[in-house]
Every structure is written in structure tokens, then in C-alpha cells.
Design a protein around this ligand. Sequence first.
Ligand code: BDR
Ligand code: CA
Length: 327
Amino acid sequence: MTQARKKIILDLDTGIDDTLALAYALGSPELDVIGVTGTFGNVVVEQGVRNDLALLDLFGRADVPVFEGLPHASTKDSFATLDISRFIHGDNGVGNVELSESERKAETVSAVDFLVESVRKYGDDLVIVPTGPLTNIAAAVEKDPEFASRAHIVFMGGALTVPGNVTRWSEANINQDPEAADLVLRTCADVTMVGLDVTLQTLLTTAETAVWRETGTEAGRILADMTDYYIRSYDVTAPHLGGCGLHDPLAVGVAVDPSLVTTLARNMKVDTEEPTRGRTIGDDERLNDPNKNACVAVAVDVDRFLGELMDRIGSTIAAAKQHGEGS
Ligand code: BDR
Ligand code: CA
């Protein structure tokens, strides 16, 4: 008997590694990608949504709907892309690689409403994978009193056993909206945190992107070109690593197969006050609560994940080629 595919919503701030997360999910036979919700972060939300629509066209998956999310953190009244994000992801979020603009538009339903409705409809058959600030997810928690107890969330963000990558304390996705992340970590019943503890152990080099380019396909070339841009930024900001961090695709990998990581069961919170604003840390007030709502990934099977990544992104590239040839 074949197993039903797990439904997944990706909440992306697309973003080069967000693109790799999308390609990983689309190439995973266990997953049914029912929608992409856009958030701000690596780019402004409108640009992220444009990228999602263009990438779905490129991968031959224009059937996947895209929903626009909130434009900024609820504690702020605007958002502007940080210089460091432009350096890492390019001005357009995809390494300044040109994508053909999609003729499709985002759905008229908002990202938050789509998240709320999907959790109500699919319950345990759905996993949500946010790979940007947790603003849309926190808004869904606030909108629907049942969302927190029913949603299953595997997010990329945070750092428990290693320093942050924006400040000594704070990882980029958490740093954009610490209050949202705090609400999600304190209230949601089933949260897995895939943070820098593990994502900086999974690295990609130009040896792997060459494999994509050598497919001779448009999707392979575009993925290779944008990821090379990302790798070059790591060569400057973190040369000791010897590659780029596979942050966002690892979160999708864990949503497909939790055995890729070892986790600690913890009750977590986010510091919202200086000097440690943005730090993901155990919640001292819930230390002795026997019910732990979060699993924090602290070790990862690097070789197995890299194998899965190359297989699954390879499948997406191959399917894109077939789709392009057929149309
Ligand atoms: C996270 O920040 C963003 O730049 C990446 O897309 C990833 O989600 C890593 O800290
Ligand atoms: Ca991201």
C-alpha cells in the first residue's frame, strides 16, 4: 500500500537557500506542496512572492498557489532589506540571476488566512515549514485560538548551542521578528527548531552546483548560478566553513525525515530585551514542566542529508526539463 503524501506549506523569504528548500520539497515524493506563503526577510515580501511565482514556473509547478504574507514585523511599521541580506542573496534575493517574470499573481487570500484555513482543514496531515521570520505564523496564532494546538511546525531559525549569525545572540530569521518567534515557541504545541547548530554543519560547494549546471537545463543552470553567488558570499563572511550553509533545505529535510537530526526536547523562548534580544534559549519558567513543546536539533547526519539534497533537487531539475520539453 502506498503511503499518503504529507501536505506541506512553505513559508519563505525567497532567498537563495529558500529556493533550495522549495526545490527540495518539490523533488520529495513524500510531500504534497499545497502552497507557498511569502514573508519578508532576505527581500521585501513583494519580491519574495515574485521569486516564488517565477521559480514555480521554472520548475514546471505553476499549479502550486502562492499567498502574500505580512510586510513587516508587528512591532514595526515598515521593513527595508538589510545590506547584509543583499550581500548574501543579491538585490533580487536570487543572487542577481534573472528569472522570467511569471504571468501568475499571488492568490487573493492572504498568507495568514491560508495558514489558518489549512490547519483547520488538514490538521495532523499538514506540516508548515517557515524559513524566514515567524511573522505570518505568529499572526495565525493570534487569529485562530486553535491554531497553536493544531499546527505542526518545523522552522529554520535560532541557535541554541552556537552563537547567532547577525549578533552574537541572534540568528537572522529570529532577529527580524523576535516577538513573533517568542510567541510561536511559547504557544505552539509541536515545534521543531532547525537552527544554526545543525544548518552550519551542512555545507554545499561548487563541486555540487557543477552537477546541476552539467545537466544542461535552464533550471540546473539557474540553481547553480544563484547558489554559486551564495557560496561566494560565504567565502567572504565565513571562509572557515568551506561552503555555504544549507539552512532552509535542512528544515524541509527534517520535515520529510526527522531521523536526519538528533533533537533535545525543550520548552523554549526568545529574549526580546537587550542585550540578548533575539536569543533562542530554554524557558526558565517552564523548565520543570514535563510537557515539552519544542524539539531542538543539535546534531545532523550530514552525509545522508547531502545525498538526499542532491537526489531531490536533481529530481526537481529533471521534472522541470520534462515539463519544459512537453509544453
Ligand atoms: C536564515 O537567514 C536567511 O538569510 C536564510 O534564508 C536562512 O533562512 C539563516 O540564518
Ligand atoms: Ca530564509
